[in-house]
Design a binder for this molecule. Sequence first.
Ligand SMILES: Nc1ncnc2c1ncn2[C@@H]1O[C@H](COP(=O)(O)OP(=O)(O)OP(=O)(O)O)[C@@H](O)[C@H]1O
Ligand SMILES: [Mg+2]
Length: 249
Amino acid sequence: MSDVKLEAINLSKRYDEDTLALDNVSFQVRTGELFCMLGGNGAGKTTTINIFLNFIEPTSGEAQICGISTHTDPLSAKAHVAYVAENVMLYANFTAVQNLEFFVRLGGRTDVTRGECREALLRVGLHEAFHNKRLKDFSKGMRQKCGIAIAILKNASTIILDEPTSGLDPQAGHEFSQLVRSLRDEGKAILMSTHDIFRAREIADTIAIMNHGKLVMMQPAAELASANLEQLYLEHILGSQQPTLEGAA
Ligand SMILES: Nc1ncnc2c1ncn2[C@@H]1O[C@H](COP(=O)(O)OP(=O)(O)OP(=O)(O)O)[C@@H](O)[C@H]1O
Ligand SMILES: [Mg+2]
């Protein structure tokens, strides 16, 4: 039995004549693997994720979750994935626990208990004092914690996160990343996009770089440990066109 949980197979997306947002992208994410996608603005990261979530259709190729095509059988595919957006959308007038109960039920787990919600909130590091507070006064970091608690309670075998740590302060970003890492240790297959190359190297098992819709690098993070990832990133994004001061004077 294959342990591939998320798979992009020759995925392409053309929005219009001028915009080939994804160009024949293929990769796999396995059980217990944290796969980080890097790439500049407009590289195609969100487009890839949106195809996995069936928010948009591929022009050609296929995205599969647990072997199920997200395009042809979206309901079955979505049962196996939990999603955390860059800005987790929750109800401002609901408390943290109420939001969890509501969204976890909406996601299909109608049996979720209040106790499980509290447990999940403690696990993600939201102090008990905030469990019954309304979301409207929560910081971005606290809302992201609620978002990942919902993902945990869905108990899916795969998790997809689109820039979940953008806009978080360094401590909140670190805590969030460690949480993602612990979910990987439990055996989840995780696909995450980020602009933070240092954090990616710290937590990822595999690092991929996208540029203009193409997957231009994909390597085990362990092999990059001693490499200068920032330099490598710039080389892949800029090619050999790196700015120098030569001839500037
Ligand atoms: N709905 C749309 N219609 C037309 N073009 C789009 C649409 N959504 C995205 N694009 C284009 O597709 C390309 C890839 O965008 P995408 O949002 O996937 O990039 P990204 O890697 O997520 O960037 P960022 O780091 O800024 O989030 C860009 O050229 C973008 O302008
Ligand atoms: Mg994006």
